[in-house]
Design a binder for this molecule. Structure first.
Ligand code: NAD
Length: 467
């Protein structure tokens, strides 16, 4: 059990997870593949720790602020390890660590407060907020630390404790983070467990868990919600996206091309709210395709630890196979790879940044979430047609509209079915704003005060008005 003090212990029977460096395709370390009894013990400890942790908000705040300092100090160890197991450029790994510390500070300072309820009756009702209990968190591999902090910062600030499971592809930086945080948090408040399935399924359906907060794909999210139904734990799901960027006919293609390109390709396109489809008016279509393809051809792709790398490898072998499959199908469907379209001829999981033109709108690279460095660009004739296409999938995470007349772009953004819409930008989030998806992209709200309340239960005290 990793309790922040990793201690595999002599004679452990459990196996191990091999951790692969996607820049080489070779395994370079391992993490424990933990057994059900170890998970049960972690949930039990989360219950024991909850009594003390929920009781003293000031001590909690101080502990979370100390935790933020500890994370920052540990950045030189955390960031390169994150790059090693996940692949991203190390500068982006440092940014992820910084965001983790910032999120701890943000939630440490939030206070749910109490609110009077007034409705004209001669009673005094007051709304207070109570923590829920031990929370189960499940995290994917694309932003292991940042997404872990999106779980534990609000949950712990609200007075809950947590058992968190990272992806089996990226357990190491999260284990190290757990160890760093253990210097600031009481024993049992946050426990990291690692292992392959059915560890996650067992965690979300554990009878000792009061809230399941899951980030990952739509299909696994459905399974997690079904698992949580056994104990009727609250469920928060942050799921996949297939965000559209709609360019208007007054968009200044050269001015926006860099931002649009990086909104699609950052972290090798492995971002839930990356731009995953571009809709361009017919008369700008060729220019948009060329502007994006130019950038795809000239971006430096390489190992995340190399100083000039802008795009690392795809995160793991199964993800690479998925990207290859979607691309091959699009090409078979009649698409043209204007840039890339293939794996790079080198060790590791490198895929050339790919811009696809003339893609049939029903090709899976358009209708599903391919989650890789591949961007289909589609032409449209009327704005209604573009909005219909943008809204035409089961996803509803983010979307963006790009044009010189910002008011007009904002009016089009109003028509997008998603949780966040940007004008002339994409995937920029502040810690203070709610983050949510509609349709298949999510249930519940993370981020800002809404993220704190998502980890709290309302408690109303109702008494007669004093004379
Ligand atoms: P995934 O769904 O395959 O796995 C997510 C996590 O669930 C992993 O830790 C996995 O081990 C665990 N898991 C697997 N089976 C489980 C089960 N039955 N019960 C409980 N947990 C189980 O997703 P992934 O490939 O790791 O991540 C990519 C996906 O995550 C993409 O769809 C992406 O859009 C999404 N994502 C969403 C957000 C968001 O905030 N909306 C953020 C990042 C990533």
């Amino acid at each position: 059990m990793t309790t922040g003090h990793p201690r595999p212990g002599p004679g452990r029977r459990g196996g191990h997870l091999a951790v692969v460096d996607p820049a080489t395709g070779e395994s370079f370390d391992e993490a424990p593949d933990q057994r059900p009894e170890e998970l049960d013990a972690a949930v039990e400890r989360a219950h024991e720790a909850w009594r003390g942790w929920r009781a003293d908000p000031d001590a909690r705040r101080d502990a979370l602020l100390a935790a933020a300092d500890a994370v920052e100090e540990a950045a030189p160890g955390l960031a390169p390890l994150l790059t090693r197991e996940q692949g991203k450029p190390v500068t982006e790994a440092y940014a992820e660590v910084a965001r983790t510390a910032a999120r701890l500070r943000y939630f440490a300072e939030l206070d749910a407060g109490t609110q009077p309820i007034t409705d004209g009756r001669p009673v005094r009702s007051e709304l207070r907020w109570r923590p829920l209990g031990p929370v189960a968190a499940i995290v994917p591999w694309n932003f292991p630390l940042q997404l872990a902090s999106a779980k534990f910062a609000p949950a712990l600030a609200a007075g809950n404790t947590m058992v968190l499971k990272p992806s089996p592809h990226t357990p190491l930086a999260t284990r190290l983070l757990g160890s760093v945080l253990s210097g600031a948090l009481p024993e049992g408040v946050l426990t990291i467990v690692t292992g392959r399935e059915p560890l996650g399924a067992r965690l979300v359906s554990h009878p000792g868990i009061r809230h399941v907060t899951f980030t990952g794909s739509v299909a696994t999210g459905r399974e997690a919600a079904a698992g949580a139904a056994a104990s009727l734990a609250r469920v928060t799901l942050e799921l996949g996206g297939n965000d559209a960027a709609v360019l208007l006919d007054d968009a200044d293609v050269e001015e926006i091309a860099d931002r649009l390109f990086w909104a699609a390709f950052r972290n090798c396109g492995q971002v839930c709210m990356a731009v995953k489809r571009v809709y361009a008016p017919v008369r700008h279509y060729t220019r948009v395709v060329e502007a994006l393809a130019d950038r795809a051809r000239t971006t430096v792709v390489g190992p995340g630890l190399a100083p000039d790398t802008r795009l690392g490898p795809v995160g793991n072998a199964s993800q690479l196979a998925r990207v290859e499959r979607y691309t091959a199908r699009a090409l078979a469907d009649g698409a043209r790879a204007v840039a890339g379209g293939h794996r790079l001829d080198r060790p590791g999981y490198f895929f050339a940044p790919t811009v696809l033109a003339d893609v049939p709108p029903d090709s899976p690279v358009v209708t599903e979430e391919q989650f890789g460095p591949v961007l289909p660009v589609l032409p449209y004739r009327t704005l209604d047609e573009a909005v219909r296409a943008a809204n035409g999938t089961g996803f509803g995470l983010g979307g963006s509209v790009w044009g010189t007349d910002v008011d007009r772009a904002a009016a089009v953004a109003d028509r997008l079915e998603c949780g966040t819409a940007w004008i002339n930008h994409h995937a920029e989030l502040s810690l203070a704003q709610p983050f949510t998806g509609v349709k298949d992209s999510g249930v519940g709200v993370a981020g800002g005060p809404w993220g704190l309340y998502g980890n709290l239960a309302p408690f109303v005290v109702h008494r007669p008005e004093e004379a």
